[in-house]
Design a protein around this ligand. Sequence first.
Ligand code: SF4
Length: 128
Amino acid sequence: MSTTTTRQIVKIDEELCTGCGLCVSPCAEGAIQIIDGKAKVIREELCDGAGFCLGVCPTGALTIEEREAPAFDHEAAEKIIAAKLKTYIPQVCHVCGVDEDNAPLLPVRTKGSSTWVCTRCLPALIHG
Ligand code: SF4
């Protein structure tokens, strides 16, 4: 039985959500899925409120709010992460092509789209 607590959790504005799905893979715990064309937090106990999904949303539909919610379930999240590791497809840096197994990647917005950049290429994007 889950307990509730006041904590940070992702909030999705369905008016702004286009259902593009970009926010699904940054959520390691699998808390977000696209249902009927809109992103949904399908199990609130799997959303840790870290907000890694926010940076990839092209419409600003994702924010963090603080409210009463089921406590984050570390055990369930770890099981899902372990299962995903068996099937995941690494994302790649749009500049140099290195994948996330070989360099940390960050979500960025560039030229009207959301993509990934590695920490080695990021300084050049910042400083030109
Ligand atoms: S990234 Fe934003 S617009 Fe795309 S599905 Fe997620 S919430 Fe909706």
